[in-house]
Design a protein around this ligand. Sequence first.
Ligand code: ADP
Ligand code: MG
Length: 704
Amino acid sequence: MSKVESRPYSLTEEFGSSVFNDATMRERLPKETYKALKKTIDEGTPLLPHIAEIVANAMKDWAIEKGATHYTHWFQPMTGITAEKHDSFISPTVDGKVIMEFSGKELIKGEPDASSFPSGGLRATFEARGYTTWDCTSPAFIRDTTLYIPTAFCSYTGEVLDKKTPLLRSMEALNKQALRILRLFGNTTTTRVITTVGAEQEYFLIDKELFDQRKDLIFTGRTLFGAKPPKGQEMEDHYYGTLKERISAFMKELDQELWRLGVYSKTKHNEVAPAQHEIAPIFGTTNVATDHNQLIMDTLKKVALRHGLVCLLHEKPFAGVNGSGKHNNWSMSTNDGQNLLDPGNTPHENAQFLVFLCAVIKAVDEYADLLRASAANAGNDLRLGANEAPPAIISIFLGDQLTDILEQIENGGARTSINNGELKIGVSTLPALPKDATDRNRTSPFAFTGNKFEFRMVPSSASISGPNFVLNTIVAEVLSKMADRLEKATDFNAELQSLLKEIVTNHKRIIFNGNNYCEEWIKEAERRGLHNIDNTVDAIMALTDEKNIRVFEKHGVLNKTELLSRCEILLETYIKTINIEALTMLDMAKRQILPAVIRFTGDIASTITSIKATGLNVDISAQSELLEETSTLLAQLKKRIADLEKAASDAANFNGDTYEHAVIYRDVVLAKMSELRAVADKLETIVDEKLWPFPTYGQLLFNI
Ligand code: ADP
Ligand code: MG
């Protein structure tokens, strides 16, 4: 919403102006209430009803002053996007008028009908009720005329039905275990460890008028047909290129809208593929970063429409050019501002850093299958392993310097010493650790980038909750095992030394600093025994693995029933996605492409007939050959339509196990889809462009 204002735009004034943030709370709440709420937010203490009452009232007054008429419990069901139902603040009075009311109870708890959200069999439809509960660690905000209250969502019987709850629980688990490690290093001041995330979001922008002419984009978010245009991304002229005015106007409005919502939108640029762009905010706590990423995705779509554009968040909207991902930058930090993945200046700090670093290395190696699962969706299958995105194999890039240090640890090069009573742990003889390591590797799926890890497999359209609750949980698990051992140690330094050595020895196979895109790596990874799961269906099954169920249960993140239901939901989503794609292809092929090609052959045939009718001795071999070629392809097209139709209908009628059902879509339906596409794309390069029934890649990618 570009406001008509007489005053010039002030970013600092506008920033967070639609957010019930700390400053607003401090200003609007009685001191005692503010303190109590702060304690709940920072330390997780329960919120007392009378406090909630005062907060609700202050929130309502603030929202109404800002023009709000409604509130909504904003939640994140298993659809991967957000859900909202708006209630107005009105309450009738005896004189036929209304007052505006909002109670503490309404703030804290909602009871939406949950029967139409994915539950993976967790909830029978007759148990329609679900609960939403306020997540006060993520601030409420106003959009349009509604007060949005971030909430967690569970079923009547308490099963988790959303993406927020496991994330919050995993943050709690990591906090608990990381604090144990910090205490072992003599830290008595830190009271909380949080995980931090900065998610870089890639997206495409295309013209709305063209979008509207393509059913595939409308129904599936990606193109299902489309021949390669003469130009793709080979000139490398789009990446970081100058922003076109229309795009720039869009980005400006996007930023302003996000800033108002308290999102620290920081960078914007053109990405590698034509029509592709990226936005990245400054990192924050994982919970808020996840909410903000949802706001970013939603705002991208809404603002695009105001500019006659459509924002595509799909992982692979166009074949032949780069797809989109999300780079999930992740670290751990203390409430007193220490980044635990920041190599320190002293040996003491370095040793602590190495503990957290090695914890991540071990976690990623032991639970690579879970991380892979967390990045799986049908769209990402078209991207991972292609020449632009990380491969489906999980490995860690550390850079040469850090790898060298780990090798020294493994070879016993790091010694323990106590000097002048000062603790010099484990690594005192090591060279200073590299700070802000500058070497970069763009091909690694999981790269250490100086003071954080960057998980690059994450799908562009998905919530970042999954990858992060997996990361938090598996790192918490390793930290807990490390703490178990170190707490019992009689000689802390010696134990630490052997622990780190053991981790490096056992898990160095996951470290790979080379080019992840090359063929040799696939073979090498296999030799090292690393997973290479190239499809969603198999990746998802990691959720049913006993070892993985154990880790989630142990840390109270999700129980077995909840995990199995998630697996079911993800498989069903996969099935539905491919089914919609197949049906859309059939619709386009039968009712758009086929008639267009028939018209084209008809045109050639009538030309031939009329030329012949002239009785002149004219060379009509060109027309005849073209007619022959097109007719052959047309017959193939018809045949492949029939094949896909059969495959799709067989798949839809399959009655049995969800996994096997998904396998049919993966192995049979997708194969028939690509066969159909191949012949249709060939025809696109032959048929008169005036007859082609929808905009081509050239138009979609290069018309802005
Ligand atoms: P690039 O990977 O493109 O070079 P940057 O280095 O600017 O990008 O960082 C990418 C993202 O990483 C940003 O969102 C940034 O805020 C985030 N980031 C930086 N430090 C941390 C951290 N300690 N924890 C989580 N994210 C971080
Ligand atoms: Mg990055």
